[in-house]
Design a protein around this ligand. Structure first.
Ligand code: PLP
Ligand code: MN
Length: 399
C-alpha cells in the first residue's frame, strides 16, 4: 500500500506562525511569549538593582535562540550542564558559556578543549567547573592535545572550583580541600582559576522564605570562609557564582555572589508555584504550558491526550489552568499518553470531548527536553496567535 507523502513536521509547524492558538495540535509545548518577556525583564531589573551579573541556566530551555534573547536583555552569558549543550549553544551563536558541571570522560573533554580553542579564536568564552585533582589533570591533558591540533592558538579555559554547599551532589567541602585544588589548577598554563561554583539545589524548593534564607545564610558563611583561605594564600577569587530561582534573592543580597545562575524563572512551573514567594523576589509568571485536548469524557472524569510523555512528573503532576473558576480540574496520571481530569474545588463540571485545556508542568526543565520545538504565542492562551517556533536545539543528546 502506498501511503500519501507526509508533510514534514517542521513545515507543518512553521505553517502555524500567524494562526490562532486554537489551531495548535495537541499535545504541544507552548510558550506564552508575553509572560516570558516580562519574566526576562524582571530578572534583568533585579540583577541591575543588586549589582550582580546573571548567567541563566540554559539547561532549562535548551534553546540557543532563547539564550541569545536573554543575552540581549543583559545576561552576561549562559550556564549549561553538558558538553552537547555547550556545542549547541556555540553552533547557535551564543558567545559566553559556562559548563557549571564536572566533565570527566576523555572523549567529552576532547570536545570541550576543541570548543575552547574554537571559541577563543573568535573572542568568545568557555568556562567549566571541577571538583577533583583527577578532573583538573584530565582537563589539562585535553587542553594540551587540543593546543597541538590548533597551531598558533593557545586557548585558556576558565575553571571554577565547585563547592558542595549542602546539596550533597558534586563539589568539594568548603575549606582547605578547595584551596588545594586551586593550587593544582594554577599549575597548568591552559587553565585559569576563575572563582568558586556554589549552588545549593536542595534550597530551591524549601517552601518558606525563612527556610531558604536560613539555608543560604550558612552557605554564605562557608563560601566566605573558603574565599578567605584562598585569598590568604595570595590568590584572588574573582567571582562566586550560583543560585537558582528559589534562593536567588538570598545570594543576590549576600554581597558575596557576583553572578546568579537561575534558570526556571523564565518559564516557572508548578513546583516553583508551590513555594511561598519571598517579598524580595520578582513576581515571575507561568510562561510554559502543555496544550492538551479531551479525548474521552464521562460522568465523573475526562481523559486528555497529555500523559507523562508530554510532561515530566518527577516534581509532581501538572496543574490545570482554570480560565473559568467554576470549572477547576485536578490532573492525575493516566499513563504514557493519557491524563485523567476530575472536577475540583467544588465544581461538578467535566470537560466535554474536543475541549482544549492548558497544563502547567510540574518541572519545566525535563518537560522542555521532551520536545523538538516550543510554540511561541503572543496575545494570551485564549485568543492569541502563534508568533514563532522555537527549536529546542540542545535537547536530548546524552553526551
Ligand atoms: N545552577 C545549577 C548548577 C543548577 O543545577 C541549576 C538547576 O538545577 C540552576 C543553576 C538553576 O536553577 P533553577 O532552574 O531552579 O532556577
Ligand atoms: Mn529544574
Amino acid at each position: 500500500m502506498k501511503l500519501p507523502t507526509k508533510t514534514p513536521v517542521s513545515e507543518t509547524l512553521l505553517a502555524l506562525v500567524g494562526r490562532s492558538v486554537n489551531d495548535i495540535d495537541t499535545p504541544a509545548l507552548v510558550v506564552d511569549i508575553d509572560a516570558m518577556t516580562r519574566n526576562i525583564a524582571r530578572m534583568a531589573e533585579f540583577a541591575r538593582k543588586h549589582n550582580v551579573r546573571w548567567r541563566p541556566h540554559a539547561k532549562m530551555h535548551k534553546s540557543s535562540a532563547l539564550a541569545r534573547l536573554q543575552m540581549q536583555a543583559g545576561a552576561i552569558g549562559v550556564c549549561v550542564q553538558k558538553t552537547s549543550e555547550a556545542e549547541a549553544m556555540v553552533a547557535g551563536g551564543v558567545n559566553d558559556i559556562y559548563i557549571s558541571n564536572e566533565v570527566i570522560a576523555p572523549s567529552k573533554l576532547a570536545r570541550v578543549a576543541a570548543l575552547a580553542h574554537m571559541v577563543s579564536a573568535e573572542g568568545c568564552k568557555l568556562a567549566i567547573a571541577v571538583d577533583s585533582l583527577e578532573g583538573v589533570e584530565r582537563l589539562a591533558a585535553a587542553m594540551s592535545v587540543a593546543r597541538s591540533q590548533h597551531t598558533g592558538n593557545s586557548a585558556v579555559i576558565d575553571v571554577f572550583v565547585e563547592l558542595d554547599v549542602g546539596q550533597g551532589r558534586c563539589g568539594l567541602p568548603p575549606g582547605p580541600a578547595a584551596v588545594a585544588l586551586v593550587h593544582e589548577i594554577r599549575k597548568h598554563p591552559a587553565l585559569r582559576f576563575a572563582g568558586l561554583q556554589a549552588y545549593h539545589g536542595k534550597a530551591q524548593h524549601l517552601r518558606t522564605p525563612k527556610e531558604r534564607r536560613d539555608t543560604i545564610a550558612v552557605v554564605v558563611e562557608d563560601v566566605l570562609h573558603t574565599r578567605k583561605l584562598i585569598e590568604t594564600e595570595g590568590v584572588p577569587v574573582e567571582l562566586i557564582t550560583g543560585a537558582g530561582t528559589g534562593s536567588m534573592v538570598c545570594e543576590a543580597a549576600s554581597g558575596l555572589y557576583g553572578e546568579l545562575q537561575a534558570g526556571s524563572f523564565m518559564f516557572m512551573d508548578a513546583d516553583y508555584a508551590a513555594n511561598e514567594r519571598d517579598p524580595a523576589q520578582p513576581q515571575f509568571e507561568h510562561a510554559l504550558f502543555v496544550k492538551t485536548q479531551v479525548m474521552s469524557s464521562h460522568l465523573t472524569h475526562a481523559v486528555c491526550d497529555a500523559g507523562h510523555k508530554s510532561h515530566a512528573i518527577d516534581s509532581g503532576m501538572p496543574r490545570v489552568v482554570a480560565f473559568d473558576p467554576d470549572a477547576e480540574l485536578d490532573y492525575s496520571n493516566g499513563g504514557d499518553e493519557h491524563g485523567i481530569l476530575r472536577p475540583a474545588g467544588g465544581s461538578q463540571r467535566v470537560p466535554s470531548i474536543g475541549r482544549f485545556l492548558w497544563l502547567i508542568p510540574g518541572h519545566c526543565d525535563p518537560t522542555v527536553n521532551l520536545y523538538d520545538v516550543m510554540i511561541g504565542v503572543t496575545g494570551g492562551l485564549k485568543n492569541g496567535v502563534v508568533d514563532k517556533i522555537i527549536r529546542v536545539d540542545a535537547r536530548g543528546a546524552a553526551t
